[in-house]
Design a protein around this ligand. Sequence first.
Ligand code: SF4
Ligand code: SF4
Ligand code: SF4
Length: 486
Amino acid sequence: MSEKSTPTHTGRVPLTLEGPRLDVLDKVPSLRKVLAARSFQYAAMIPNLFVFMVLLPAGLWGSPVGNRNISIVMVWIFWWFILIAILVPFFSRIWCLMCPFPMFGDWLQRFRLIGVRNEEKKPGKIANLYSGLNKRWPKRLTNIWLQNIGFLGLCTFSALLVTRPAFSAWVFIILVFLATVLAAVYKARAFCNYVCPVSGFLSLYSMASMMEIRARDEVVCKECKTKGCRVGSEDGWGCPWFIYMGKLERNNYCGMCAECFKGCPNENISVFLRPFASDIGIKGYDEAYKGFIMITLAMAYSVILLGPYGTIKDWANISEVGNFGGFAIYAAILWGAALVVIPGVFAACAWLARKAAGAEATAEFKPVFLGYSYTLVPMGLMAWIAFSFPLLLINGSYIVSVVSDPFGWGWDLFGTAHIPWQPLIPEYLVYIQIPLLAGGLYFALKRGHQIGQALFGDGPAAWRALIPIGTFCSVATCGFLLFFAG
Ligand code: SF4
Ligand code: SF4
Ligand code: SF4
């Protein structure tokens, strides 16, 4: 695909780049039937629900040793790698299509597992019929701050999460409980949109994904009388993520449930392939902060897991070492870095970028700061993928043994329980990680320049403004390189 994606100088960053798109349903029309089938989402969810039903008791009652328990190995090694290295970059939020956490809440709201329940509001006017209180989510919480704080909070206890099966299991139980209770009180997927801690980084990094669900023709949407994608129809529930397809420009908050394929009477929705990092508009500080939090956490985990700093490792590892004072210092450094230091340094770079642009810098500080904060998306996603490769290749052999002995009780279901731990090609890891980091930096700089063009025009100002932002991204990438290669 060639790329035509130079935004025009408006002083504002466009939400998405006008690059080439490949209409998948045009090429494979039979896929529409699959997406429009009412059972489609449940066919994807139910196998995961089944897996969850094995992982949960394993977490609660299985071996307390992380690498002997299937709940830890499958979630924090296998699932995490598949999610961050394959699903998000290539298929956007497709995990949300098959995630079993909101299933009970969906059922509470709909009283249907697969079908649609409708009522006749006025003669001849059909509308979806929901159960539960169906309240509006509070307006001041209509952002991802709760997700940011929840995710940072959970990640502060990452040592517990990835080593203590019971801790992980209770976190999952609490999340399912919250998803169900919030579904009983609030409209649609309020939990997914505003609370789920996983959702925050899925939404941010799905901006880079090479797949999107969009309307084929905005004019058809404008003229559409039913707006079935948004409000529902006889065949489909209204979008559980509150999206009107005619105005959808970014991947962030589309949970890919495919409900709109059932509700659109005009076959005007499709799945498109597109260039990497096509959605470039960060809308608010909540989204920008998600980028800072993710970069900080990737750095922190690199230091803890890959660096030679025994003291910091001990501080973070509260479950093994029990040094509460040290843990408090670690938590304070982590939160301070994610919420103050890294955003502060980036804000200084954005301020310098505006100064460097000179007379052309008609844009205010806020759009410059938010605009350039997008550079953290391709850079951060690639850094997380690079970080996750050793997780899979070094620890992946545990997967083979725990499937035979999921609870760590001495079973040997498939005869693989006693296969010893064997790291896979550890000496070549760095050759995978370096191109990934270099690719992340390349896209950060390329999109950074395009963002500069939108803010300051096509001239040299966009290049001058890129210097401080590019320096920030390059230093961060060198930091990752140091930990991975060092
Ligand atoms: S937002 Fe969270 S709970 Fe909702 S579907 Fe996605 S991962 Fe699952
Ligand atoms: S129902 Fe279809 S045509 Fe109508 S607004 Fe939604 S996507 Fe557009
Ligand atoms: S726009 Fe809404 S209904 Fe359509 S796939 Fe995305 S979340 Fe589902």
